[in-house]
Write a protein that binds this ligand. Structure first.
Ligand SMILES: NC(=O)C1=CN([C@@H]2O[C@H](COP(=O)(O)OP(=O)(O)OC[C@H]3O[C@@H](n4cnc5c(N)ncnc54)[C@H](OP(=O)(O)O)[C@@H]3O)[C@@H](O)[C@H]2O)C=CC1
Ligand SMILES: CC1=C(/C=C/C(C)=C/C=C/C(C)=C/C=O)C(C)(C)CCC1
Length: 316
């Protein structure tokens, strides 16, 4: 009897959340205030990381910027300070767990307060075909895009749990929800990031830490240079062009500020995610061929090769 009552309640809840989330597409819910929050962003010296730093600053948050590259990180801090914001820079290689733990302690000591929002944004890609890809590059991708999430979350989640207040944002990718050819390292690491994020979200809810929010951000190609050259069929690209970095970050910010658990940017990319789960493998393969998404990474890999060759000439 209790089982059937629970079942009924669960079905009602399922329907309620479907309706509520559908309604949210047309009627945007109120955004939460984040002024006074301490936001730590990894990979803050680069494309999306820098824009996140500026966007969080616009909303009144104080930012802690982590990047492996000190000078680009300082440049981000300069931009934040020019906006009247507060920025604190740390040179951190997020693949080195001791580096992460030591710098987390340093942040706490320097600022005398806890990080309340963590944006795991640092990311890399090898840009080589599977059999050409040096082992070190495969390992680097897994360490930056996946392992580092464990180290940063271990460093900052305990204080968020103690306050039952905080927010963890994972910048994954649509390539963590469906895959394409010739980016095996990246897809493996982003699928892992999605799995990590979702499992942690379930753990927090199961343990009733509902004050610690989680947002998984899955963007399509963004024009930051990371995937320079990646190209799908011309006619399809007209409907699905690469994203402007600023647009991508604004969409992600909206999702964060309404505590949305998952956002795919743009919305159209929910379709291949669904079709991967629902259609036969062969149906997806023919769709990929039609859309030119089976070979979309070939020009990207060529671009990476050319860039590497030019860099080698510059050094010689
Ligand atoms: N660009 C795209 O098309 C998409 C990107 N994404 C994801 O968005 C995130 C941001 O990407 P994007 O801004 O384009 O990339 P960028 O390469 O522009 O920025 C990434 C930043 O992370 C830094 N970084 C790299 N390795 C480390 C490390 N070990 N420790 C600390 N910092 C590190 C980089 O430093 P340095 O420059 O010195 O290497 C760089 O400043 C990534 O997670 C990426 O996977 C998701 C979907 C699409
Ligand atoms: C596979 C695939 C597509 C192309 C996806 C591409 C090209 C994604 C690139 C994503 C990147 C570069 C993410 C970085 O994190 C379509 C056309 C959407 C639809 C069919 C399936």
């Amino acid at each position: 009897m209790i089982f059937f009552m629970d079942l009924q309640m669960m079905l009602l809840d399922v329907i309620y959340f479907i309706l509520r989330n559908s309604l949210r597409i047309v009627m945007r819910p109120r955004t939460k205030p984040i002024d006074g929050e301490l936001v730590l962003i990894t990979g803050a010296g680069g494309g999306l990381g820098r824009l996140f730093a500026q966007e969080f600053t616009k909303h009144g948050a104080e930012v802690v910027l982590w990047d492996i590259n000190s000078s680009s990180n300082e440049q981000t801090a300069k931009l934040v300070r020019e906006m009247g914001g507060k920025a604190h820079t740390y040179t951190v290689d997020v693949t080195k767990k001791e580096d992460v733990y030591q710098n987390a302690d340093l942040v706490r000591k320097d600022l005398g307060r806890d990080v309340t929002m963590l944006v795991n944004n640092a990311g890399v890609v090898a840009g080589e075909r599977m059999l050409d890809c040096p082992d070190e590059l495969v390992e680097r991708t897994m360490k930056v895009n996946c392992h580092a999430l464990f180290w940063t979350v271990k460093a900052f989640l305990p204080q968020m749990k103690a306050q039952n207040h905080g927010h963890i944002v994972t910048i994954a990718s649509v390539l963590g929800l469906f895959s394409t050819a010739c980016v095996e390292d990246y897809c493996a690491s982003k699928f892992a990031a999605v799995g990590f994020h979702e499992s942690l979200a379930h753990e927090l809810l199961a343990d009733e830490f509902d004050g610690v929010k989680m947002t998984l951000v899955c963007p399509y190609i963004v024009d930051t240079g990371m995937f320079e050259g990646c190209k799908i069929r011309y006619e399809v690209e007209l409907i699905l062009p690469p994203l402007e970095p600023q647009y991508c970050v604004e969409q992600a910010m909206n999702a964060i500020l309404i505590d949305q658990p998952l956002v795919c940017i743009p919305r159209l990319t929910y379709l291949p995610f669904l079709s991967r789960a629902l259609l036969p493998w062969e149906s997806n393969v023919v769709t990929y061929r039609f859309m030119g998404s089976d070979k979309c990474m070939v020009p990207f890999i060529d671009t990476m090769k050319k860039q590497a060759a030019n860099a080698a000439i510059a050094v010689a």
